[in-house]
Design a protein. Sequence first.
Length: 139
Amino acid sequence: MAHPKKYPAKPPEKHALSGDRDAQGRWRPGASGNPAGRPPGVSLRPLIEARLSDTPEGLEGRTLGEELAMRIVADAIKRDGPSRKLVFELLEGKARQSVAITQPDAPVKEVSDEQHRAYAEAAVRVVREAEKAAQAADD
């Protein structure tokens, strides 16, 4: 179901003054509404990674990235839906689109006991850290 626009579009005659728009006010192919925007190939990732590696005062020697992870897991334990989804996606990967199986006799991929054990140990570590963070947040 389409949601109605909050604000009506500008009348087409106002857009007609701009050479980058057609008579209906839409951008022409190749034209941009943000010509001075971020240049292609420039990523924000290095800036974010640098900020998350900072260790400000008051975090008991933890980086901002570590603090963020602890808070997300603590929120997930407190039943915050988006935080839970994020934690599970980080542990399990994003859910793939379901696909009907057309060959029910196809072999099932085996997972070794070592792989199961490694996953369980990682999950226990995450839960313990989250419990510590939740307890610290409550104090």
